[in-house]
Design a protein around this ligand. Structure first.
Ligand code: GLC
Ligand code: GLC
Length: 864
């Protein structure tokens, strides 16, 4: 069943009912300011860091789901409704939500009135714009009252939920004309504030949540103020500050009215925090007499409390007083210069529309670096649009903020962010470069790394510490992807601190060497790399041995006996360390290069001797030296990760093991909904294996289809020469091909989810944890570089198609190092071999040499 459809021409997914199986969201913003927005207007915003600078509040696990957001209420002669359906949930005569690239337009109509809300975060703006168009399609005049609504978060998303004894007393706002300022904690140590404005005079406002909804027992769906059709003019003093505007919108039959709301964030320099209070500014008065209440909850005009304000004078009892050079303390408010400048950019609908057009051009240009033309529209839209888009979002946010990641638990993962580079390096190489330098700076001198860091401070955080022994190698992987794309070898000479300590700065190449040495110096009894706390599979905790309820599997004290080893890390080393050796050679550091190659050769021998189980690659050796992922085990006999990774490293290609391993994957792990992580899943807790055996069978790492590693098998299949199976696996997990079973999948049909419940699960085929997953970058990489076969290398663009013959001919336009390559492929999948011509001239091998910037290169590949 579908709940909408793709509109490829407009680059949108159109949700046609509010009643989807889960909130279907979009991401607005690309650099500093982000909003998550569901198809019902739910979601929240933050500046850079979803934990440390959260603007609006979101309650996880709320009932109904997705109950907080950036909402509007329309009161049409007593009939209350919301154009985005939520929060009022009054039945709409028409509804649609168009999720596009960096914007969403939600349109609802009722009683002859249509309201279209376009939400977007403009380029170079720390703000979300909400552009409204209200149209009266009826033949009677309407006198609408419109209310906006956001609830402020008190900046730190975690503390906001925990520290109520403090937080319920600290909320502060100011109201200046049509702009509501959120200034909690500004008086002391913060230099930032939020604001919410509209480009029209307002009837009134509300800034106190209880006053707005009608006291502690009110609901947002039937909020008292919009129901009553009049603003409460409430001024928050503690409790829960909100921002709501009230506007009268009279509409003659056929008439249209545009409004632009802006939700923004600004920072002031420490010595320029204040300005004298303006004539119209209002904020909660400080009551000198106990028992005298501010206007909160009364719905009364604060001016009634303060005759001075009614006459346009400053309320007499302003709380904020600065030490001024003027000699005497005077009432001051937050310096609003920066907010006003930002608002001026969007103060007409025309300006907002121009910014939206600019944003769309920006995305079109970004996605233009790779465009596929083929007879398969699902593959086209995945590769040209949605997979690229998801790669960008995932790169921006790592695993921090989604509807499954709360944005308070995890920062930027070291391993995750390095892999995310694969998905965006061609789109935004300069941002990839910066990310590499940031990541490398959180590495320790011994090559290990903080497992994650905070985006706001760019410092490693101690929540998960270090000791994940695959982490160091991902840096090599990320940097090498960047260099193959850009050829920017100079980055290797950039001096980068270890552990953010400038005195420990070394050229980036030394970081990569440290990564490799960390693996070399930490080998176990079989000559395979020690696993540490875990490798890519965070839940395979071979040294944890935890019995304490609630204890973290990842951070508990490890029983580090230097026995538990990872076959996966061995495979990974054989896949990425040859790239390091190449880089060292190019720099003339040939003796270290030779050492790296020797190490790779030794690793291949260990893999051959101890990594093979008979019909597939083993997964690991546990703390007692027993195999994991072996036919000898009762459960958990075969794992997906080493099959893909070892073959990517070249294992088993000359002795039949690769083909056999892939056959085993097909027989034992593959399902109609993708390839499961492990089989048979664990039915009981294995203390020597850790978290993986804590999940019910079929979920997450315990035998779910953990989509992230499916592309490794897809790539392995292309390397092993079985493109039909590769493309088949690709289609099983790719959302565009699963759209028709949206009621099973449940998550958005335009983005990958981290996990689809596996064959052993009670809800086989149901996806969870959409958006922020390494699946985005890896499937993109598998589809473009391996299946379609257009792959950057240090020497140029490799063209080596591996699509099945049934897919038919196709063309790819690829921008690469400043030139544009137009690549036409015929006869892919016939034999795997082909004839390559560049601008009409035959070329030996499969590398198209780097063309001058600005060149347009015609490439043909014909299968033989
Ligand atoms: C999550 C983590 C990732 C890990 C994977 C498997 O997606 O973000 O780092 O590799 O789970 O456990
Ligand atoms: C849990 C999750 C896993 C994730 C890890 C890291 O173990 O199951 O997927 O990678 O947490 O936080």
């Amino acid at each position: 069943m579908r709940f909408g459809h793709f509109d490829d021409a407009n680059e949108e997914y159109v949700v046609t009912t509010p009643d989807t199986p889960l909130p279907w969201i979009n991401y607005l913003g690309n650099q500093d300011f982000f909003s998550l927005l569901s198809h019902r207007g739910g979601g929240y915003s933050f500046f850079r860091d979803a934990r440390l600078r959260r603007l609006t509040r979101f309650r996880y696990q709320s009932v109904p789901a997705d109950n907080d957001g950036h909402f509007f209420f329309v009161n049409d002669a007593g009939d209350l409704w919301s154009p985005t359906f939520a929060p009022v949930q009054a039945k709409l005569d028409s509804y649609e939500c168009r999720h596009g690239l960096g914007y969403s337009r939600i349109t609802g109509s009722r009683g002859g009135v249509e309201v279209a809300v376009t939400y977007f975060v403009p380029l170079d703006a720390t703000a979300e714009v909400q552009r409204l168009r209200l149209t009266n399609h009826s033949d009677t005049a309407k006198d609408l009252t419109l209310f906006s609504y956001v609830e402020w978060c008190l900046w730190d998303g975690l503390d906001d939920m925990l520290n109520l004894q403090r937080n319920l007393s600290i909320g502060e706002v100011e109201v200046d004309g049509s702009t509501i300022y959120h200034v909690t904690e500004y008086r002391e140590r913060r230099d930032h504030y939020g604001f919410y404005s509209v480009n029209a005079p307002i009837e009134g406002y509300d800034t106190d949540r209880d006053a707005f909804i009608g006291g502690p027992w009110g609901t947002l769906a039937q909020a008292a103020v919009p129901r009553g059709g009049r603003p409460g003019d409430s001024l928050a003093a503690g409790w829960c500050p909100i921002a709501s505007h009230c506007l009268r919108v009279p509409l003659a039959p056929g008439q249209t009215r545009d409004l632009v709301f802006v939700l923004g964030y600004a920072e002031n320099p420490d010595d320029d925090k204040w300005e004298p209070l303006g004539r119209t500014i209002r904020s909660a008065p400080v009551n000198e007499t106990l028992g005298e209440s501010s206007s909160a909850g009364s719905g009364a005009d604060p001016a009634a409390d303060d005759p001075g304000a009614a006459e346009g004078r400053v309320p007499s009892r302003r709380p904020m007083v600065a030490d001024t050079a003027m000699g005497r303390p005077q009432p001051v408010g937050v310096n609003k210069v920066r907010a006003r400048a930002l608002l001026a950019r969007f103060d007409t609908a025309e300006k907002a529309d121009a910014e939206l057009a600019r944003l769309r051009d920006y995305w079109r240009d970004l996605l233009g670096h790779f465009q596929l033309e083929s007879g398969d529209e699902k593959m086209n839209r995945s590769v040209n649009l949605w997979n690229q888009y998801q790669c960008m979002v995932t790169f921006n946010l790592s695993r921090s903020a989604s509807y499954f990641e709360t944005g308070i638990g995890r920062g930027m993962g070291f391993r995750d962010s390095n892999q995310d580079l694969l998905g965006i390096v061609a789109m935004v190489p300069e941002r990839a470069r910066q990310r590499i330098l940031d990541l490398a700076a959180t590495q320790f001198p011994d090559g290990s790394a903080y497992h994650q860091y905070q985006p706001l401070t760019k410092r490693g955080n101690h929540d998960l510490g270090s000791g994940f022994n695959d982490d160091p190698l991902w840096l090599i992987w990320g940097v090498s992807a960047y260099l193959k794309e850009t050829g920017d070898l100079a980055i290797l000479d950039e001096r980068v601190p270890f552990d953010n300590d400038e005195s420990l700065a070394r050229p980036l190449i030394d970081h990569l060497v440290a990564s490799w040495k960390h693996v070399r110096d930490n080998l176990g009894p079989h000559g395979l790399p020690l696993i540490g706390r875990a490798d890519w599979n965070d839940c395979l905790n071979l040294n944890a041995f935890t019995r304490t309820p609630g204890e973290s599997f990842q951070t508990t004290v490890n029983r580090e006996g230097r026995v538990a080893e990872s076959v996966f890390i061995a495979g990974m080393a054989t896949a990425c360390c040859p790239d390091l050796a190449d880089l060292l050679d190019r720099r003339g550091e040939t003796s270290i290069a030779a050492e790296v190659r020797q190490f790779v050769a030794a690793m291949r021998v260990s893999l051959h001797d101890h990594g093979w189980d008979g019909a597939w690659f083993r997964r690991a050796y546990d703390a007692f030296g027993q195999p994991v992922g072996s036919a000898e085990n009762e459960e958990g006999q075969i794992y997906i990760e080493p099959q893909g990774m070892c073959i990517m490293g070249g294992a088993g290609l000359d002795d039949g093991r690769a083909a056999q391993a892939l056959e085993s994957v097909n027989q034992r792990l593959a399902s109609e909904h993708g390839v499961a992580l492990v089989a048979p899943p664990y039915t009981r807790y294995h203390i020597e294996l850790g978290e993986i055996s804590s999940y019910p069978p079929g979920y997450k790492e315990n035998g779910g289809v953990f989509c992230h590693n499916n592309p490794w098998v897809i790539i392995a299949e292309t390397i092993a020469g079985t493109p039909e199976r590769a493309f088949d696996y690709y289609r099983r997990i790719t959302p565009a091909y699963r759209e028709a079973i949206s009621e099973v999948q449940m998550t958005e049909p335009y983005v990958y989810a981290q996990m689809i419940a596996g064959p052993a699960a009670s809800r086989f085929g149901q996806a969870k944890n959409s958006w922020l997953t390494g699946t985005a970058a890896w499937t993109w990489h598998a589809a473009t570089c391996w299946l379609l076969g257009v792959r950057p290398s240090l020497d140029g663009l490799v063209v080596s198609p591996r699509m099945p013959e049934s897919f038919g001919d196709y063309a790819v336009t690829r921008k690469y190092r400043g030139a544009t390559y137009h690549i036409q492929v015929t006869g892919s999948g016939k034999t795997g071999r082909g004839r390559l011509t560049v601008d009409g001239a035959p070329v030996d091998g499969e590398v198209v040499p780097v063309a001058p910037r600005g060149a347009r290169v015609e490439v043909r590949w014909e299968g033989r």
